[in-house]
Design a protein. Structure first.
Length: 168
């Protein structure tokens, strides 16, 4: 590149600008390729945990209140869990609380479409209940979450698994 600059009729400032731009583009391309090869590991990304059926069973507590108890046979109980409901007109929402029973069903991750594992919490007695929760956290501290409100500016509702005390 320097030899080209010396033989060119263009100013050295122009050649330097082109060389800098080209270097920046190549560096960015290298970063993108590197991230693709490491599958995001360089940015600290991690895969959500893959939970076995038994790891869903138990008590989950909401960060904004409420309890969800998932039972072995596919039944569930929620106590004092907050819900967002839209008022007439759709611009305004109100948070209410729900205590009810229902069922749950896990949906495994689909690695082909990069879809994380989910669990459906099916409750018909809670108007406005959003049934699908996605798996997050770590294997030691799993979480279930869902986006509340506007997907671009809304909040997160998070349930954290209550650790099972050791037997003994």
């Amino acid at each position: 590149m320097a030899g080209l600059g010396l033989r060119s009729t263009r100013s050295t400032a122009f050649v330097g600008t082109v060389a800098s731009a080209l270097s920046g583009v190549l560096a960015l391309a290298g970063l993108i390729v590197g991230l693709e090869l490491t599958d995001g590991a360089a940015l600290g990304e991690s895969e959500p945990p893959r939970l076995a059926h038994a790891q869903y069973v138990g008590e989950w507590r909401g960060t904004d209140g409420g309890v969800v108890r998932l039972q072995e046979g596919g039944e569930l109980v929620v106590e004092d869990l907050p819900l967002d409901r839209r008022r007439a007109g759709g611009f305004d929402h109100v948070v209410t609380r729900c205590t009810a029973a229902g069922t749950w069903q896990e949906r495994p991750a689909d690695t082909r479409s990069h879809q994380r594992a989910e669990v459906d919490l099916i409750i018909t007695d809670c108007a406005g209940w959003e049934r699908t929760w996605r798996v997050a956290g770590t294997a030691d501290r799993p979480e279930l979450f869902q986006v509340v409100g506007d997907p671009d500016a809304g909040g997160l509702r998070i349930l954290r698994r209550v650790p099972v005390p050791p037997h003994g």
